[in-house]
Write a protein of this length. Structure first.
Length: 238
């Protein structure tokens, strides 16, 4: 009985002491600031999705016609100096064509009138100054689809590094400004976190029937954004 009483008394003392111990724990005052950095860069790479759509009475006829035209288009791409590693097939579809009524509805029962084939390749043009001339040549060679063009930067890291420096400088400026206004001093940096954004631009889709005037290719500028969030320990002015 005495042992239980002693244990209960000791536990009570611990519970009573707990709030006091918690109150004695020092807290760290902090200040947080976020900065933004922006770098504009002119793209030097064009990525084009081009292809051929063909039709025939049979699937083999449509496929043969498609393969002939696309092979000629790819040969034009290679002649323009594009390496094999920068040419990749991205889609091949073969599907039946069905007879339709004058109002556009499908004849019932369904009746196959032929077949259509579409084949698409992605071409990376690393010398963007050649993009317009290359598009002219592939269309003249047999490509009748250009399903999209996007632009990219070969050395995006340089733009990101520049934007990062500006973002951190802006965060530090804001942090010092807030510390001065709050009548405290920045003691030390506790953490720095960053995030970058900037995607290749994607202009509208094009569908070409034949080569015409030289295709204008205008890459414009891409904007790389970097944000930096810094947290400092702060203390009173001495």
């Amino acid at each position: 009985m005495r042992a239980m009483t002693s244990l209960a008394a000791a536990l009570a003392l611990v519970l009573l002491a707990a709030p006091a111990l918690a109150d004695d724990t020092p807290t760290t005052a902090t200040l947080e600031a976020t900065g933004q950095g922006i770098a504009n860069v002119v793209p030097d790479i064009a990525v084009v999705s081009l292809g051929v759509s063909s039709s025939g009475r049979s699937a083999s006829d449509a496929l043969n016609a498609n393969s002939t035209a696309l092979s000629a288009a790819i040969a034009a791409v290679e002649t323009a100096g594009v390496a094999d590693k920068d040419i990749a097939t991205t889609g091949l579809n073969i599907y039946p064509d069905y007879a339709t009524n004058s109002d556009g509805t499908q004849v019932q029962p369904p009746k196959i009138t032929g077949y259509s084939v579409s084949n698409e390749v992605r071409v990376t043009i690393r010398d963007i100054t050649k993009a317009g001339d290359l598009l002219d040549k592939v269309v003249a060679a047999g490509a009748n689809r250009i399903d999209g063009i996007s632009f990219d930067v070969s050395n995006r890291k340089a733009a990101e590094d520049s934007a990062l420096k500006d973002a951190i400088a802006e965060a530090m400026r804001k942090g010092q400004l807030m510390a001065t206004a709050a009548n405290v001093k920045l003691v030390r940096v506790l953490s720095v976190t960053t995030a970058a954004s900037g995607e290749p631009s994607r202009p509208p889709v094009y569908l070409l029937a034949k080569a015409a005037a030289a295709v204008p290719v205008m890459p414009g500028e891409q904007e790389t954004n970097v944000s930096a969030t810094m947290i400092w320990e702060v203390g009173p002015l001495e």
